[in-house]
Design a protein around this ligand. Structure first.
Ligand SMILES: [Zn+2]
Ligand SMILES: [Zn+2]
Length: 194
């Protein structure tokens, strides 16, 4: 077996654990709760409701941009991460997930780094929403490959991502397909231009 095959085999074993796949949801929901807990002190919320809505919108937008950039430039351009992502492209219905302990280390590192310069209550709220949308992304992606949607909205998200599996150089976003339109990587637009 050559080095690439060894690496692919090792990554396949690491990513394809069912325990890793499902326990990741438990860990990530716990992280959202922990991030969100920073907004409460002595039983009182430290941020007003309108401000919390703004942090929710910020968390959604930031997640969608991070998701697009990660998918386009890391998963489809970095050799090591690309091997793991290729496994999903080869077998769309397999339960592959980035090990939860790695994502936990990264997100906690980001939180503690930013906490040096940001207010913990507001940072915690922002990170709670950011990570909540990571969970939503994981679940929507799971359903795209395992559920036949009837609702037009979910069907449009499904179609958008299924086309990415046909054309891996296009349609990178899952939760905000308009990003592909804005950044020139939308499938249908390209096809019409040809
Ligand atoms: Zn997929
Ligand atoms: Zn991909």
């Amino acid at each position: 077996m050559n080095t690439t095959a060894h690496r692919t085999d090792f990554l396949n074993q690491l990513l394809s654990s069912r325990f890793n796949y499902w326990f990741g949801y438990v860990v990530n929901l716990s992280l959202v709760g922990w991030f969100g807990s920073h907004v409460v002190a002595d039983g009182r919320g430290l941020v007003s409701l309108p401000e919390a809505v703004l942090w929710a919108i910020s968390g959604y937008l930031t997640w969608c941009i991070a998701e697009y950039l990660t998918h386009r430039y890391l998963y489809h351009n970095l050799a090591l991460l690309g091997i793991g992502h290729n496994l999903h492209h080869e077998n769309q219905r397999s339960l592959l997930g980035i090990p939860w302990y790695l994502t936990t280390l990264v997100i906690l590192g980001i939180f503690h780094g930013l906490a040096l310069v940001c207010q913990p209550a507001r940072l915690g709220l922002f990170m709670a929403f950011f990570w909540l949308f990571y969970i939503v992304y994981c679940w929507v992606h799971h359903c795209i490959h395992h559920v036949q949607f009837k609702n037009p909205f979910w069907r449009s998200l499904q179609k958008h991502h299924v086309l990415h599996h046909v054309r891996p150089d296009l349609n990178f976003s899952i939760l905000m397909p308009v990003l592909d339109t804005l950044l020139g990587t939308r499938y249908q637009k390209r096809e019409r231009m040809k």
